[in-house]
Write a protein that binds this ligand. Structure first.
Ligand code: FES
Length: 220
C-alpha cells in the first residue's frame, strides 16, 4: 500500500476546490465541502470494510457509525496533511488529534499508521505511553486531582473524596453525559499549593465542597 498519500485509501484523490477565494458561505464552497465529505465517506467505507471484512453495503446501513467516522477521520486527515504526513511528527499529530476529539479513536490511529508509514503497534505504544493521550472518550471538562507525595501528606485523599462525591464518578471514569472526566496524576509541579487539582487547565488549591460545587456548576 502506498504510504503518505490519500490515494492509498480507496482510489480517487479528493476533488480540488473550485475557487479557494470564495467565502466559506458561498454556494461553490458549500458544494465543495459536500463533495469532499462524500469522498471521505467513500474512502472510509472502503477502508473500514477492507479492515473489518464487512461488506460495504452492510456498512452503508450504519449511518450513525459512518457519520462518526467521517467526523473523526475528516479531522485526522487534515491534521496529518498539515504536518505533511511526516513520521517524525507522530507525537505532535497524535496530540492534535487528541485535542480535537478529546481522545484517540482507533480509526484515527489506523489512519495515522497508514498515512505516516509507521507500524500500528508503534503508534499504539506512543498512544499508551503518554498520559496526555486517552484511548477512551473523555468528557468535555477534564478534572485532575494530584495524588503525589507532597499533596498526599497535605490531604489530597480527602480532596479526591470531595471531587468523587461532587462528580459521582471515580478516577478514570467519565460522567454519562460526557460532561466530566476525572483523572489523578502524581505531581502537577506546584507542590506548594497542595493539595491541588486542575479543572480544564485552571489550578485550584484545596477547594472546599462548596467551592467545588461552584466551580463545577459553571461548566456546561
Ligand atoms: S505532589 Fe502535587 S503538585 Fe507536586
Amino acid at each position: 500500500m502506498t504510504r503518505g498519500n490519500p490515494k492509498s485509501h480507496g482510489g480517487k484523490s479528493p476533488p480540488a476546490k473550485a475557487n479557494s477565494n470564495k467565502s466559506t458561505s458561498s454556494p461553490e464552497t458549500k458544494v465543495d465541502s459536500q463533495v469532499k465529505e462524500q469522498w471521505l465517506s467513500e474512502n472510509i467505507l472502503n477502508r473500514v470494510g477492507d479492515r473489518l471484512g464487512i461488506p460495504r453495503t452492510q456498512i452503508s446501513r450504519m449511518p450513525d457509525t459512518v457519520r462518526k467516522l467521517v467526523e473523526e477521520l475528516g479531522s485526522t486527515e487534515s491534521i496529518i496533511d498539515k504536518y505533511g504526513a511526516d513520521k517524525s511528527a507522530l507525537i505532535q499529530i497524535l496530540l492534535e488529534i487528541q485535542r480535537v476529539n478529546r481522545w484517540l479513536p482507533a480509526s484515527a490511529l489506523l489512519v495515522v499508521s497508514e498515512r505516516l508509514g509507521v507500524p500500528l503497534s508503534q503508534v499504539y505504544r506512543v498512544a499508551t505511553f503518554y498520559k496526555a493521550f486517552s484511548l477512551t472518550p473523555r468528557g468535555r471538562h477534564l478534572v485532575t486531582v494530584c495524588m503525589g507525595t507532597a499533596c498526599h501528606v497535605r490531604g489530597s485523599p480527602r480532596l479526591l473524596d470531595r471531587v468523587v462525591d461532587a462528580l459521582k464518578i471515580k478516577p478514570g471514569e467519565s460522567s454519562q453525559d460526557m460532561r466530566f472526566t476525572l483523572e489523578t496524576v502524581n505531581c502537577l509541579g506546584c507542590c506548594a499549593l497542595g493539595p491541588v487539582m486542575v479543572i480544564d487547565g485552571e489550578y485550584h488549591s484545596n477547594p472546599s465542597a462548596k467551592e467545588l460545587e461552584e466551580l463545577l456548576a459553571t461548566r456546561d
